[in-house]
Design a protein around this ligand. Structure first.
Ligand code: M6R
Length: 615
């Protein structure tokens, strides 16, 4: 979490940095701060709250300078206030640092520095790091570049940092380990951008260098960046081409990114399947699968590791891989997997699912699986992200930047890729009939149109959500392919509206949650027609018999559920394994409209950050 951005070049740094912070605000919004270097002075402004609060705080002050660093914080060590906000300075105020990550051994380092007479203003681990760098620089009389490398060799933990020095206006030092860092390369080395992701500089340059773990970079105007790793070996600079348009980073007339991203799904699904399913929809090819067929076909089992919404996509993936490929699949929370002493070896294929590709637990699970010899397949959205780079192969979901904290289009992209993955393997294993295979591929191709149709119910869902803003609790039920969807619907509602919501497999309701049912506890049932539809009908009867209010998602033409439920939303017919990709749209819209009506900050819900880069 936390977003960092730095600039050096000919432009005024302040507007570039503030705009960059706005783009990174999805990573945390507890406090914000900026340091600007100008005429051998360093002006630092920090405040609790959002980037907009920082702008108000800075208004009227000196913002001159062509170089600076800025930070938006998701608090880990120390409460969100101005003192704990970044940038943090060395005691003599010569060095300023911004940091995303956690220095795990900061207390030990702090005690050692205190013994040397260092004092601290904040409760943060970051201040310890900048003081350590200062201590090394002063005592070894070395350059900032060398001091940073020496300091980082003593650090345990995760970091993406940028450091500047008063009076040294042509140079920024940056480094990373386990937290992402990208460098935007201006023309002829005349300007450079450093940021947690490419969004702050995508409008200025399309050349990017992704720093690797334990690499430290020295950026100087007019020079090619110098990158060394912590054992002092110089690395080659690998400049990649960035393919991102500005419109992908803006709301495009929508009041929130979340609504924009929900509405983008017909296009993002199209982008996700483009070039992968042939025109008559008779074949699907994923290069990540085709290039590693031997490994994938001989897998004894698949283990899917993920967190949050990506974990829900993984549950749908399990159902599909088991049904169509007849290989056992385990779905694990990455945070549990990494600490549960898992039985994994070279006969296993681990699939890591992550929108950001930076989730700390998922990344650690990938590294653990690799260390045990498993082959690791990544399903990520962010191109060049840490998980994408750490896996043996994989498939990008290609849904474009997802900025709303609540994941929407990434979920449908992940399920789409998992479907194509299952189809590729099932075909090679001959565990699926030609008819079913082609039916599912045709179904995948029809998804954009079906989603467009469902998006037209937006106003109806808005009216429906107005009825339920009173609720303090919500139950979501689904079975089979729709059970993970119940979990996802509940997660969407709780994270952006703060209404408590539980997702359950419908039949499990009788084993406990049914005790909660009364006229104040609404239930959202996903009851589209599938192989266990009749069972779901019985579950709805059980809720109605206890006075519960029911909203049901049904397939067009449904008679039974429609006569029982209080409110229904009709979905177009689609093969049951693909139904979650269509049925999640009303769940996303329902959560969105309830949150809006309750006046919540939909894109930046409290306490959350988009990219969870701490464990
Ligand atoms: O970037 P990832 O997909 O790895 O993120 C995983 C979760 O943090 C994420 O899905 C989270 O649960 C979302 N806020 C859900 O909307």
């Amino acid at each position: 979490m936390c977003g960092i951005v730095a600039y050096i070049g000919k432009r005024e740094a302040y507007p570039v940095l503030i705009k960059g912070l706005h783009r990174l605000e999805y990573r945390g919004y507890d406090s914000a701060g900026i340091a600007l270097l100008h005429k051998k002075e360093m002006n630092i402004y920090k405040t609790k709250g959002k980037v907009a609060d920082l702008e108000k705080f800075v208004a009227g002050n000196d913002t001159q300078g062509h170089m600076g660093i800025a930070h938006t914080r998701w608090a880990t060590h120390g409460v969100p206030n101005a003192i704990n906000a970044h940038p943090h300075c060395s005691g003599n105020n010569n060095l300023a640092i911004i940091h995303n990550g956690i220095i795990e051994n900061y207390l030990l380092l702090k005690k050692a520095l205190q013994k040397q007479g260092y004092t601290f203003k904040s409760d943060t681990d970051t201040e310890v790091l900048v003081q350590l760098i200062d201590y090394i620089k002063t005592n070894n009389n070395c350059s900032l570049f060398d001091a940073v490398q020496t300091a980082l060799r003593k650090v345990v933990g995760a970091y993406a940092i940028a450091i500047v020095e008063k009076g040294n206006e042509g140079e920024i030092i940056a480094a990373r380990k386990s937290s992402p860092l990208a460098i935007g390369m201006g023309k002829d080395n005349e300007e450079f951008f450093i940021a947690s992701d490419v969004t702050p500089f995508a409008e200025y340059t399309n050349k990017v260098v992704y720093l690797k773990d334990e690499e430290v970079v020295r950026i100087r105007l007019g020079e090619s960046p110098k990158i060394v790793n912590l054992d002092k070996t110089e690395s080659e600079i690998n400049v990649e081409h960035l393919n991102m348009s500005l419109s992908q980073l803006e709301k495009g007339g929508y009041p929130h990114f979340m609504l924009k991203e929900i509405n983008e799904q017909p296009q993002t699904i199209l982008d996700c399947i483009r070039g992968r399913i042939n025109r008559p929809a008779t074949d699907v090819k994923l290069s990540g699968v085709m290039d590693h067929m031997d490994k994938l076909l001989s897998a004894r089992r698949f283990i899917i590791v993920a967190c949050g919404t990506s974990w829900h996509a993984g549950l749908i993936g399990k159902h599909m891989i088991e049904e169509f490929c007849r290989v056992p699949v385990q779905v694990e929370y990455a945070s549990e997997f990494r600490y549960c002493c898992p039985v994994v070896d070279e006969q296993d294929v681990v699939i890591a699912v992550s929108q950001s590709g930076e989730t700390a637990d998922t990344l650690a699970a990938v590294q653990l699986a690799k260390s045990k010899g498993a082959f690791v397949y990544g399903i990520c959205n962010v191109v060049g992200s840490s998980i994408a780079r750490n896996t043996d192969t994989g498939t990008y979901i290609h849904v474009g930047p997802e900025i709303g904290v609540a994941s929407t289009k990434a979920f449908t992209g992940q399920v789409t890729v998992l479907t194509m993955f299952a189809m590729c393997i099932a075909k090679m294993k001959r565990t699926i009939s030609k008819e079913r295979y082609e039916k599912i591929l045709k179904g995948l191709k029809s998804l954009p149109d079906l989603i467009k149709e469902v998006l037209q119910y937006g106003n109806k869902i808005k009216d429906l959500s107005a009825v339920f803003t009173y609720a303090h609790n919500f139950l979501y039920l689904g079975r089979g392919y729709n059970y993970p969807l119940a979990l996802e619907g509940a997660l969407k509602l709780k994270e952006i509206s703060y209404i408590h919501a539980e997702g359950y497999p419908s039949a499990e309701m009788k084993h406990g949650p049914i005790a909660l049912i009364d006229h104040e506890m609404p239930t959202f049932v996903i009851a589209t027609s599938d192989s266990i539809y009749e069972k779901t009908v019985s579950n709805i009867q059980e809720i109605k018999a206890r006075g519960g209010k029911v909203i049901a998602l049904v397939t067009k033409g449904d008679k039974f559920v429609s006569s029982m439920a209080d409110y229904i939303l009709e979905m177009p017919y689609v093969d049951e394994c693909l139904a979650p990709i269509v049925s999640c749209i009303p769940l996303q819209l329902f959560a969105y409209y309830i949150a809006v009506q309750k006046g919540r900050n939909v894109d930046q819900p409290r306490n959350l950050a988009k990219s969870v880069t701490v464990e």
